[in-house]
Design a protein around this ligand. Sequence first.
Ligand code: ZN
Length: 347
Amino acid sequence: MSPSLKVKAPLAWFGPGRVRRHAAVVADRGVVTYAGPSAAAPAAEERIEVEGFLMPAVADRHVHIRLSDPAAVLFGGVAAVRDLAWTPDEIFALAGASELPSFNGPIIRAAGPMLTGKGGYPTQDRWAPPGTGLELDGPDHARRVVTELASRGAAAIKVSLNVEAGPTPSDGELASIVEAAHARALPVTAHVQGRGQAERAVGAGVDEFAHTPWTERLSESLIDAAARSMRIVSTLDILSYGNITPELRTACDNLARFRAAGGVVVYGTDLGNGPIPPGIHVREALLLHEVVRMTPEEVMTAMTATVLEPGAPADVIAVDGDPLQRVEALGRVRLVVRAGRVVTAGS
Ligand SMILES: [Zn+2]
């Protein structure tokens, strides 16, 4: 059991609308016990004073953690990840291990395999080991698969609606997936790629786009319907790795209109696919700010899953500078605390 911990900083963001000067966060037994003015903070066995900016650690809602390094992910300021496609035996075991205090990495939640059509994406893709894609054999099979994944602790059900790479689940299979997942309070997240697939996902009652749709400009009516019923995991930089491409332009245009229509955006990087660095990916944050026109605080809200208040997980980072003024500061992580344990305290 780690000792109780107090972290003091000249400036903190505990969550939306909650900026504090001369702040402190106290953690005990893995959870926050105090977040407020440092002058009123209770004592703790271990004390750290940082020059930087305190905030909740970052959550990445779209990773393939086995293609990256969990320790480097946590060291880079990301204390929670959601894995959106891997072989189930391996990823559910790793997710279980990630709950232990001894685990050197973020807490991992996982979808398990991506549900797809016979020979569909990602069964033919080199990045995906056998079992990453699960080929469906009818609506009843789809229902049984979802039930099995739910019993193994899946955090979401991932479906492949990628018509550019092969067969996708049939409409009947898709309806079964959504119905069975919702019966177990599990969200369905979709990889949509190719004409008509975003519309198909919205029509089927899918809860989330695992990527911002990038293969076509979505109509205003579709954007409105999606904004009412879905959220979008950003994954913008995976489309261009720092360049401006037609795919990135289309995605940013879709995402900006989705936000304007009231849709919820969360941060995700698709870590593991392509040269996305482990930890906070500041270029993803900058795209959300500079191109999608989210305010720094909106970007930070999209990047975090908890607020710092008593009872919350003691997952805290400090960055060098004030990200509410300059988003780039999110790339300068100086301290990481996961479940009340100091992972790194740099200079
Ligand atoms: Zn992915």
